[in-house]
Ligand binder design. Structure first.
Ligand code: BGC
Length: 351
């Protein structure tokens, strides 16, 4: 069967190659689609990722969607035809306390493995298998859009963390600012809107699908400088989804008192910025502010994300997927095109 593979550490090594069929045991799944995100692009540039031990190449793809072909005897709640997504991370083998508690998204020793990213083959193949304990069933209506589940799980975790932190004292947030209208920002805005908050999204572009998708959600779109937007809004929560250093620091300084800034964007290291560290410290202390980082998601977050997508307007989700590329032309999904939001590679029967 065909798969999209890469040699981690080597730039420009993306290739559609023949790979062995998936191992029997577990769910055997026909791949329908994989999403491409910043992490995949980093791996393709040779800057991130790790092949399985003893191998040079890794099957890429951690934003999965497939259809169960074969479920193990006893059924494990899955049957052929089910729409499923595979979980990205697996606990470290030690395991650390967090992994032992099922909170592998919080792994403490960094020895976790991730499908399509770190030491485990991903889901960008015509067929794949997965341990049913790491598969999540989706509403069949999400056949075209369920590939958005993994990024939604990442923001479901971010929201959960924000709420848990907020609950350390009186907390009735009203307004959230999301910085960045890429897939993570837009999905974070969706979950904010589903929580009944006053949602604002900031991005640089002034036309195209991003402002439209924000407005369709009933949220407010901004493209003014962030300091102005923060001054006007004084948000209770900022969900940062760009990884741009200056936005991160502006957000930290610009929340309402008892503000929470959740960072989800991974930025390149080595870019320097001059910051008034004293002023920032003073403001955070005097306002009881919190800044947290959030990555990955555990099964609880995948399930919350599946519930959130099941109640989302399908046309809106369709609008987020701006380009579909067949597996044979997968490298085109890694070239940025104007007005891209989420680009998806279609697998097997769909290309
Ligand atoms: C994925 C996460 C993963 C992270 C770091 C992100 O793109 O969505 O699941 O933990 O990359 O590898």
């Amino acid at each position: 069967m065909r798969a999209l593979t890469v040699a981690p550490g080597q730039a420009n090594s993306l290739l559609v190659t023949e790979v062995p069929d998936p191992e029997p045991g577990g769910l055997v799944v026909r791949g329908l689609a994989v999403g491409v995100c910043g992490t995949d692009k980093e791996i393709a540039r040779g800057e991130y990722g790790q092949a399985p031990s003893g191998r040079e190449r890794l099957v890429l793809g951690h934003e999965s969607l497939g259809e169960v072909l074969d479920a193990p005897e006893g059924g494990d709640q899955f049957t052929a035809g089910d729409l499923v997504v595979g979980v990205v991370r697996r606990p470290d083998p030690v395991p650390c306390g967090a992994c032992a508690a099922g909170e592998f998204d919080m792994c403490r020793n960094g020895r976790y493995r991730e499908r399509g990213i770190k030491e485990l083959d991903g889901y960008a193949s015509e067929r794949w298998s997965v341990d049913p304990a790491y598969a999540v069933r989706l509403d069949p209506r999400l056949r075209e859009t369920g590939v958005l589940l993994e990024p939604t799980s990442v923001v479901a975790k971010a929201w959960e963390q924000v709420e848990r932190i907020g609950e350390r004292a009186w907390f009735e947030p009203r307004r959230v600012l999301v910085t960045g209208a890429g897939p993570i920002g837009l999905l974070a805005a969706l979950l904010g809107q589903q929580r009944g908050l006053d949602v604002h999204v900031l991005d640089r572009v002034t036309s195209g699908p991003k402002p439209r998708l924000v407005r369709q959600l009933g949220a407010t779109y901004h493209s003014d400088p962030i300091e102005q937007v923060l001054r006007r809004l004084e948000p209770d929560i900022v969900l940062e989804a760009t990884g741009v250093g200056s936005l991160v620091f502006d957000a930290m300084a610009g929340t309402a008192a008892y503000g929470i800034v959740c960072l989800t964007g991974v930025s390149p290291a080595g870019r320097k910025l001059s910051v008034d560290a004293g002023g920032l410290n003073r403001e955070m202390v005097l306002e009881n502010d919190v800044v947290l980082g959030s990555v990955n998601a555990n099964l609880r977050h995948y399930r919350a994300a599946a519930d959130a997508l099941a109640k989302t307007d399908l046309d809106w989700l369709h609008g987020l997927i701006t380009r579909r590329v067949p597996l044979a032309e997968a490298e085109k999904a890694f070239e940025a095109a104007e007005e891209d939001v989420k680009v998806v590679i279609t697998l097997g029967g769909q290309d």
